[in-house]
Design a protein around this ligand. Structure first.
Ligand SMILES: [Zn+2]
Length: 93
């Protein structure tokens, strides 16, 4: 005699599943665009040139791989000089 209730509950369950799947699909389809829109380019931060101490915007800095990560320089000359001096320093020790 409760079979109609069981049927309603089952029906509601599938409706819920359908809604969740639909939301998940919509989220999945939209996410690349949404993520791009929600996360704009990070603000340009100032980075310090370890060679001469000058602060330069990261977008315009010369990048070089350092022992602790990426290093930023104000110019190619500073980067080259830093790499040369570091090499000679590591050779000395
Ligand atoms: Zn410099």
């Amino acid at each position: 005699m409760w079979s109609w209730l069981a049927r309603v509950v089952r029906w509601l369950f599938w409706v819920l599943v359908a809604i969740l799947v639909w939301r998940w699909i919509r989220e999945w389809v939209r996410s690349p665009r949404e993520a791009a829109r929600r996360a704009p380019r990070p603000p340009d931060v100032l980075v310090q040139d370890p060679m001469c101490g000058t602060y330069v915007p990261r977008s315009r800095a010369v990048q070089a791989a350092g022992p602790t990560g990426t290093l930023y320089f104000c110019s190619r000359q500073c980067a080259d000089r830093y790499i040369r001096e570091r090499h000679s320093a590591s050779r000395r020790s």
